[in-house]
Design a protein around this ligand. Structure first.
Ligand code: CO
Length: 134
C-alpha cells in the first residue's frame, strides 16, 4: 500500500525562527512561507534530496495544530505523510482491518492539491499518519 515518504510535518510556534534554524544552521533550501487559510496553517517546505520537511505555524482561529502546540510549546513532529496510489482503496483496506480514519473519511484536498486522509495516531504507534494520493 505504501509508496514514498512524501513529507514529515513539524508544528512550530514561530515560523521565522524555525526557518532560520533550518536555513542558517542546517544549510537547507527553504521555500517562501505560504499561507493556507483553508488548512489553518502557514507552511514552508524544506526541500531535501529524497523528501521534504514541512514546518507548520498556526494561522487564524481554530488551527488544527493549535492544541498540539499547547501540549508541545517548543514545537514537535506533528505527522508523517506516505504516498499511496489509490487513496480510496487504501482507506477501505485500512478500515476493514479496524484502523480509524479521521473526519468523515472522505479525502480532502491537501496542501499540495492532492487528495489526503489522516489516520488515528493510536492505531499507528502514536503517530498521526497522512496518506496522500500521488
Ligand atoms: Co502533511
Amino acid at each position: 500500500m505504501l509508496g514514498r515518504l512524501n513529507h514529515v510535518a513539524i508544528a512550530v510556534p514561530d515560523l521565522e525562527a524555525a526557518v532560520a534554524s533550518y536555513r542558517d544552521r542546517l544549510g537547507a533550501a527553504v521555500s517562501a512561507p505560504q499561507a493556507l487559510p483553508e488548512h489553518g496553517v502557514t507552511v514552508v517546505f524544506v526541500e531535501l534530496a529524497n523528501t521534504k520537511v514541512e514546518l507548520l505555524e498556526p494561522l487564524g482561529e481554530g488551527s488544527p495544530i493549535a492544541a498540539f502546540l499547547e501540549r508541545n510549546s517548543a514545537g514537535g513532529m506533528h505527522h508523517i505523510c506516505y504516498e499511496v496510489d489509490d487513496i480510496i482503496a487504501a482507506r477501505d483496506q485500512l478500515r476493514a482491518g479496524g484502523a480509524r480514519v479521521l473526519g468523515d473519511g472522505e479525502p480532502k484536498t491537501g496542501a499540495h492539491g492532492k487528495p489526503v486522509l489522516f489516520l488515528h495516531p493510536k492505531d499507528f504507534q502514536g503517530t498521526l499518519v497522512e496518506l496522500e494520493q500521488i
